[in-house]
Design a protein around this ligand. Sequence first.
Ligand SMILES: NC(=O)c1ccc[n+]([C@@H]2O[C@H](COP(=O)([O-])OP(=O)(O)OC[C@H]3O[C@@H](n4cnc5c(N)ncnc54)[C@H](O)[C@@H]3O)[C@@H](O)[C@H]2O)c1
Length: 366
Amino acid sequence: MEEILIYDRGMVISRAVAGSLEEIAARLAEMASGSTSLHVVCDRNVTHVAERLFAEVGDGVPDAPGMFVLDASEKNKTMGTVLDICGWLMESGADRNSMLFAIGGGIVTDMAGFAASIYMRGIRFAYLPTTLLAQVDASVGGKTGVNYNSYKNMLGVIRQPECTFICADVLDSLPERDFLSGASEMIKSFLIEDGGNYRRAVDFMSSLRSAGDRKAFLVSHRDELSALIHAAVGVKAGIVSRDQFESGERRKLNLGHTFAHAIEKNARSAGLDITHGEAVSVGMVMAARLAEKTGYAEAGYAGSLKSELDSVGLMTECPFSVQELVDAMRKDKKTEGGIIHFVLVAGPGMVKIEDMAADRAAELLK
Ligand SMILES: NC(=O)c1ccc[n+]([C@@H]2O[C@H](COP(=O)([O-])OP(=O)(O)OC[C@H]3O[C@@H](n4cnc5c(N)ncnc54)[C@H](O)[C@@H]3O)[C@@H](O)[C@H]2O)c1
């Protein structure tokens, strides 16, 4: 099984392990054998994955008291749901040596990771992400949390999963829109660091878009997709290893996100359904536009980035005014003393952080 290690000052703090469901089942059984019990939190839409996995694990797992099944939605991504998970852990007898295993997209891994981090001051946990977005982004790097009122991921902690298992096969049932949402985060990672893979990812996603039979395309291009996922996880793992707590380089992973969070906040208020990846895609085009205005990117770059993201089928037009976005940015948890750490992009591998007041950004973008 291929492994990517995540470090903190030379020590391995987490790992991402890629393989088939059979291989993952064996590895999970081995890991969980050191725990008193294994507690599974699973997204309602992927209980079939849990069934396949546990059919493979068979008797290899210690006492596994059922499964906590939850509906993944931003509305449910709350402290209340995390407390429900903690309550269930308690009822099912989890002790300090128990292990939690989360199966699902970013909403489930963010909440399960948070619950595992606070239950009895922290128990072992691992993930099997089932969306592309969770595989390349949410389940790697240790950020966990929930929304509070209309603020996204306002409450949470950074705590690393012991292991994130990556398996491209589980993506077969993922709806197209959710797949694209993950494509956006994958492309973001390659824009930050990896020029060659950026082109490969854009070409792959464009071909997938024009393929008559998406499922057949994904099955026949499994190795190519697995390689792209592996490379994207590698980009994130490398950055997190150098800056786990986001005091410098990790901020680059927020490329497109300053705008995206503002778009998502406005969308919630307006009752519009915009996925995280869609908002990030629009955000990346806006980051390129801002880069042009500051002179970092060549004139026309934002237009060419937009065409590439359009070819993939991603959202690239912002449904809100610059003023509406800037008003939301002022309240973002990453805004410090009115200053925003904007991530500017001028091309694949050409990304820099520029601190700017919200009003200055608004002036440049209007
Ligand atoms: N912790 C982090 O570093 C980090 C990074 C990025 C995003 N996030 C968070 O991740 C969340 C978004 O995650 P997401 O895009 O995975 O969304 P999600 O968890 O909402 O999953 C999207 C949808 O797909 C369904 N689903 C999941 N796997 C499936 C599969 N294999 N087949 C069929 N349906 C499936 C889910 O039930 C859900 O309806 C956001 O809340 C965001 O804040 C966290």
